[in-house]
Design a protein around this ligand. Structure first.
Ligand SMILES: [Zn+2]
Length: 86
């Protein structure tokens, strides 16, 4: 499953939601400013959404379902698994 658009408004202007404290805060804030990630906070549970729509603010997906993070681009310098040690 590849997520490429918002299920609510069909906008392609979406980004993954990042949880936990960033290892590289400067890079993290840069990505947030560029709307490449959405800050999800430090708390995480089974119902956390994975995707955020920059257009309408809709959040969806399930953090615990790996299918939903298939298209996350780890090459952008922010790795959820490194930041949040499971
Ligand atoms: Zn939307």
């Amino acid at each position: 499953m590849t997520v490429s658009s918002c299920p609510n408004c069909t906008s392609p202007n979406i980004c993954p939601i990042a949880y936990g404290y960033p290892g590289d805060e400067e890079e993290y804030l840069k990505l947030v400013a560029e709307k490449k990630i959405f800050p999800g906070g430090c708390l995480i549970d089974d119902n956390n959404p994975v995707w955020y729509c920059n257009n309408c603010g809709h959040k969806w997906g399930n953090y615990r379902n790996p299918d939903n993070i298939d298209s996350f681009d780890y090459d952008q310098g922010f790795n959820i698994n490194e930041v949040y040690d499971q």
